[in-house]
Ligand binder design. Structure first.
Ligand SMILES: *Cc1c(COP(=O)(O)O)cnc(C)c1O
Length: 356
């Protein structure tokens, strides 16, 4: 299927401002296509960024049948644009779609649509150190009906917007509250899918802990309230004194992050041992106290690596590495961002470079 392009006049196009905050300004154009059971995906279009028009009875607004992805485009020192493992995002998009009874989008087509959008809006990829263009593919259920059941019709769109360096002052450790009252997801539920309801469900706990000065929630499993799952909307890794990096094994209720997967593949190539395990919060906290866990960090596309400086659990505080960024966290951050920005060897062929 070919993509129709209705661009803004050149003179009407914007460009990336010098200052921006994440997720609040958007590039000139967006991609959209629509799905009906009769026509499949059709009306593929790149057009100026605009509001969508939906019936107030659209299924997404009532029953949250929606999925999304998050990836970035990086400006290389030569002025080219790099994507990092985009096929993995589009494959995960389809796994989320299947779980939410939504139609898939062919991975090659999705990539083509994104590349055409980036070609048109390439001046929106910022070049300040640590900045990037955040890309948000989304699918929503649009059938105008309140009756329960999967929607018949869908809209798929891609919007993009500049994202500054997550940490303006370098990698800064965060304080994390271990949730003992609230749960994010349960095995058999939709925690594995990148679907909006998971985030709506986690807002209450996030707001509560923010009031106490913590920036993220550590989620435990919903059955026993004992096994570590994720931190906020990131996966989590623990570094042991023997240079071993341990992360919770995918349990069915953990979002399988692409950053997590990249660390599991990259770390052994740069001198670390890695393992995926079922991690008991009590054991981990004891290991932190005993000085065996030397670093903890969250990992995800937005922050790449986010060091954890302290945990709070049942009124006790556990400080990690003196609340400072550790060398393993920094090493992984430098290696991963180096690959993404095209300044370090891409030994796994993860990067797709667009010539603009
Ligand atoms: C997106 C996301 C992640 C991180 O995934 P990446 O592919 O590394 O960006 C982790 N946990 C949750 C809940 C997420 O939504």
């Amino acid at each position: 299927m070919s993509i129709e392009i209705k661009p803004l006049e050149l003179a009407a196009r914007g460009s990336c401002p010098q200052e921006f905050s994440f997720g609040s300004i958007f590039s000139d154009h967006m991609f959209t296509q629509n799905y009906t059971p009769e026509q499949g995906w059709h009306e593929a279009l790149i057009s100026p960024f605009h509001n969508l028009s939906l019936s107030p009875s659209a299924a997404v607004l009532h029953y949250s049948q929606e999925i999304f992805e998050g990836l970035k485009a990086y400006r290389t020192p030569e002025g080219k644009i790099n994507l990092f493992r985009p096929e993995e995002n589009f494959k995960r998009f389809n796994r989320s779609a299947t779980r939410m009874v939504m139609p898939e989008v062919a991975v090659d087509f999705h990539l083509d649509a994104l590349q055409q959008l980036l070609m048109l809006d390439h001046q929106w990829v910022p070049d300040q150190q640590g900045s990037s263009l955040y890309i948000r593919p989304t699918m929503i259920a649009t059938s105008p009906k309140l009756g329960l059941g999967a929607s018949a019709n869908y809209c798929h769109f891609i919007i993009t917007g500049p994202a500054g360096s997550y940490f303006s002052g370098g990698l800064t450790p965060i304080g994390v509250y271990v949730a003992d009252k609230y749960r994010r997801a349960v095995k058999g539920g939709v925690g594995e899918a990148k679907t909006g309801g998971n985030y709506a469900a986690s807002l209450y706990a996030s707001e509560e802990v923010a009031k106490q000065g913590f920036s993220q929630v550590l989620w435990l499993d919903a059955v026993e309230g004992r096994f570590i799952e994720e931190v906020g909307a990131m996966n989590i890794c623990f570094v042991y004194e023997d240079k071993r990096i341990v992360t919770p094994a995918l349990s069915g209720s953990i979002l399988p992050g692409i950053t997590r997967d990249s660390i599991l593949k990259l770390a052994p190539a740069i001198g670390y041992e890695v393992s995926e395990e079922r991690l008991d919060i009590n054991q981990i906290l004891a290991d932190i106290k005993a000085g065996k866990v030397t670093e903890v960090f969250g990992c995800g596309t937005a922050a790449v690596i986010s060091p954890v400086g302290k945990f709070s659990f049942q009124d006790q505080e556990y400080v990690i590495n003196n609340n400072e960024t550790g060398e393993v966290s920094k090493h992984l951050y430098d290696e991963l961002t180096g690959i993404q920005y095209g300044t370090k060897e891409d030994r796994f062929g993860w990067v797709k470079t667009l010539e603009v």
